[in-house]
Write a protein that binds this ligand. Sequence first.
Ligand code: IPE
Ligand code: IPE
Ligand code: MG
Length: 247
Amino acid sequence: MTADNLLNKVDKTKMPRHVAIIMDGNGRWASLQGLLRSAGHTAGVKTLKKILTTAVNLKLEALTVYAFSTENWKRPLTEVEFLMHLFSEYLENEKMEMHQNNVRLKFFGRTEDFSPLIQSQIKSATELMKNNTGVKFNIAADYGGQDEIVRAAQKLARKVAAGEISAEQISASVFEDELDTVGQPPVDLLIRTGGDLRISNFLLWQAAYAELYFTKTNFPEFTPEEFVDALINFGKRDRRFGGVNLV
Ligand code: IPE
Ligand code: IPE
Ligand code: MG
């Protein structure tokens, strides 16, 4: 299907504002092909490029992808090192094109345990794109939802200790201002590829009222067509947010 046909399939009035993707199943995809897990990660990067291009063409407001969790450090060192190398290469190779597409890149997560090289790449890429006004593209790297909530709680505790705010002034919206997602639209749609039915510590706070879309497709085989299908499926959901929709 051509890019234009694909875009025409989407009802722009029913689009999610913010889509988050748990890009899972790279390793299993590689094993099924008789390849090393690393080949699955390389293939996953190719898929990510296509999904970001689709998001740009659709003028999606925000896209957040889960690239590396706080738990992924438990993997064999060779795999962690490969992922770091891939991450660094991705930033180097893609940042100019992202910038030309007016993408506003941000990172969610801790990032201080990354190598000095990756930390400086993250800094320079975000700095380069900080005034862009197109798709908000967020990469969650060394990210965990629990860790994000703990960091926010620590920031607020420091403010209370410094007498800047009182404990009673902490509301859900004050709390949200300390999360990595500050300034982002609410997460409307959370997609997980790879067939597992869990959140794996992704966007725990933000997923409160997100619509969930699980697919058995492993991430390397996830296509712009299936991404668009997920958006169309989202448009058909009846979102009630605890209330009642009167017909
Ligand atoms: C997702 O694919 C990528 C990362 C977690 C970095 P996996 O590597 O988890 O692939 P599976 O789930 O083992 O197939
Ligand atoms: C979630 O996938 C993390 C990323 C996609 C980056 P995992 O493969 O780490 O999740 P589990 O271990 O199956 O829960
Ligand atoms: Mg996995």
